[in-house]
Write a protein that binds this ligand. Sequence first.
Ligand SMILES: O=P(O)(O)OC[C@H]1O[C@H](O[C@H]2O[C@H](CO)[C@@H](O)[C@H](O)[C@H]2O)[C@H](O)[C@@H](O)[C@@H]1O
Length: 282
Amino acid sequence: MFCSAEAEARYAAFIDAAPGAVVGLDFDGTLAPIVDDPTQAHIHPEAAAALIDLAEAVGTVAIVTGRPARQVLALGALDDLGDTIAARGRRLQIFGQYGAERWDSTHRVIHTPRPPSGLATLERELPRLLRNAGAADAYVEDKGLAVAVHTRRLADPVGAYDRLLPALKELADRHHLVLEPGRAVIEVRSGAADKGRVIKELVRATDAKAVLFVGDDLGDVEALHAVGGFIEQGLAGVRVCVRNPEVSALLSLADVVLEGPDGVISFLRALVEDVRAHASDN
Ligand SMILES: O=P(O)(O)OC[C@H]1O[C@H](O[C@H]2O[C@H](CO)[C@@H](O)[C@H](O)[C@H]2O)[C@H](O)[C@@H](O)[C@@H]1O
């Protein structure tokens, strides 16, 4: 599970500092299994119990996702979970759309900015681009602040992805937007937010001495780099990657590698046990 002796030592230091630590968790592929239909990506059945315990064990728990906050609240049943966490005097935070949207279990309001200029025009141009790329049947997810083109359910998902990538890049550039490639998905969005900025903000706001992030996809790379930056500054940082057959780029950044959302839940449970054991020893 640990990729090096240094990683294991930093995990031990993280456990020491857990009451003031930040834990960031990606949603799709991390807390929810990858499925063909993005509207059906429900959270792991054991995630609620694991998150309740985690929120009591560490200082800050945040779900940091590319999903719109409203969607992740529904797919994760996180409103109810937030109630339970709040009733125990703790807090769950959600950063949706790579940090552009925010919700927390204390205030229960989604803060969302206006859609980036250029997005509406781009969406009108999209059907023609999809037809020209032989991907007219791609599933287009309107995320309000962004648009995501999914190739997973096409006959040739990899071929369509490879044709769409340069075409969408040209379209995004023309509208001063950025591409966010992911697992069988290419998203066009504003470049104003990313998961790394969220992690940096959380660590600074809470003056955390320890930080851990779990992710599986390219949109998580900035968060893993942010943890890496804090490690260089002497914090107890742990970069946890979920292995997946579609994106291997994260593995070289990992301190810990896990197998799917089942592995994530087991890891979070073990982490909570380690924090409890450490507290009862001290
Ligand atoms: O940051 P995340 O929480 O990982 O969200 C990233 C994107 O996840 C969703 O797409 C991914 O999951 C789908 C359901 O399992 C899967 O069908 C798709 O292939 C994956 O890329 C979501 O639909 C996107 O909007 C998110 O940006």
